[in-house]
Design a protein around this ligand. Structure first.
Ligand code: KIV
Length: 264
């Protein structure tokens, strides 16, 4: 069993094999996802909502992220482990970013994810040049929820779409290895995906991104608040949690998820 690396993900894009990503926040679910064939396990700061019950991801701290990354990393043997940088752990300056990114790598992260386009490009370059692989995240960036006026689809106008294409190219040029596209029109996500050599991972970004990610609790239908339109409850019709995760893996690999009903 070969471990997934950032090179594997690039090869998968080139060969047209869809990349399956799922969030996990603890050892048991991480291990289950890994065994079920998930390629990328993400410790998202969505844990602020799914695990802690906050209304947003903003309250999550570095100590909390480090704890969850350590737990997840122990459960993963094959997948690549992507650790989210929480709000205010990287925006101040590049020195702050590298110390916090390095800390998440020391507890088992293999790639760190940070939100933002052009304003974050220098930070991305700084980290990558010092040996830290980076996953970008543009479109709906939940740490900016108050700036964006809510959890809304991004890139809907021509100007906004062009800005996102520009951001995506800058992040790739800065050395990002992966790019998450959240809540953007499917047509725009396809354009961005075709313009880049690094893999794009969509969530609410249509079917033409190189991979898909879902939040574990949405995918299992156990989040007690309303789930976004772009998620799907894979527990329906499944005999077990493992079955549901395997169904999700299969649906992404065979391109039956997401459907148009999950897209904008
Ligand atoms: O925090 C998170 O879980 C994420 C993914 C949904 C992309 O950012």
């Amino acid at each position: 069993m070969k471990s997934v690396t950032i090179t594997t993900l690039k090869d998968m894009k080139r060969e047209g094999e869809k990349i399956v990503c799922l969030t996990a926040y603890d050892f048991s679910f991480a291990s289950l996802a890994d065994n079920a064939g998930v390629d990328l396990v993400m410790i998202g700061d969505s844990l602020g909502m799914t695990m802690q019950g906050n209304d947003s991801t903003l309250p999550v701290t570095m100590d909390e992220m480090a704890y969850h990354v350590r737990c997840v990393a122990r459960g993963v043997k094959r997948a690549i482990v992507v650790a989210d940088m929480p709000f205010l752990s990287y925006q101040q300056n590049r020195e702050q970013a590298i110390l916090n990114a390095g800390r998440l790598m020391q507890v088992g992260g293999q790639v760190i994810k940070l939100e933002g386009g052009e304003p974050m490009a220098d930070t991305v370059r700084f980290l990558v040049e010092r040996g830290i692989p980076v996953c970008g995240h543009i479109g709906l960036t939940p740490q900016s929820v108050h700036q964006l006026g809510g959890y809304r689809v991004q890139g809907k106008t021509r100007d906004a779409g062009e800005r996102l294409i520009h951001d995506a190219k800058l992040l790739e040029q800065a050395g990002a290895s992966i790019l998450v596209l959240e809540a953007v029109p499917a047509v725009l996500a396809r354009q961005i995906t075709q313009a880049l050599t690094i893999p794009t991972i969509g969530i609410g970004a249509g079917r033409d991104t190189d991979g898909q990610v879902l939040v574990l609790q949405d995918m299992l239908g156990i989040y007690p608040r309303p789930s976004p339109k772009f998620s799907k409850n894979f527990m329906k019709g499944a005999d077990s949690i493992e079955d549901a995760v395997r169904a999700y893996v299969k649906a992404v690999k065979t391109r039956s998820f997401p459907g148009t009903e999950h897209s904008f």
